[in-house]
Design a protein around this ligand. Structure first.
Ligand code: SF4
Length: 80
């Protein structure tokens, strides 16, 4: 489960977030989320993901939830 106590500093406020890369369960820069859902996830200078745009409708939320479910390091969270 993503660590909500150690969020990436560049996340925009809202339900979805990425864990900070220095967290033991932080992003490993696999690229999946920002390649699959570039409208919501972005890479920082080191390749680690953060949420720059929050989903606003059911379809968008489902896409972000899908990234949460498949993230191999479980570093995407949803505060709901
Ligand atoms: S899917 Fe997970 S590990 Fe991969 S880039 Fe996104 S947050 Fe990082």
């Amino acid at each position: 489960m993503a660590n909500r106590e150690n969020k990436h500093s560049q996340n925009v406020s809202g339900s979805f977030y990425c864990t900070a890369p220095d967290d033991p369960d932080g992003c490993t820069a696999c690229r999946i989320c920002y390649d699959t859902a570039p409208e919501f996830f972005m890479s920082d200078a080191e390749g680690n993901a953060y949420v720059f745009n929050q989903p606003k409708n059911e379809e968008e939320i489902a896409l972000c939830q899908e990234q949460l479910d498949i993230c191999p390091s479980q570093s995407i969270g949803n505060d709901g």
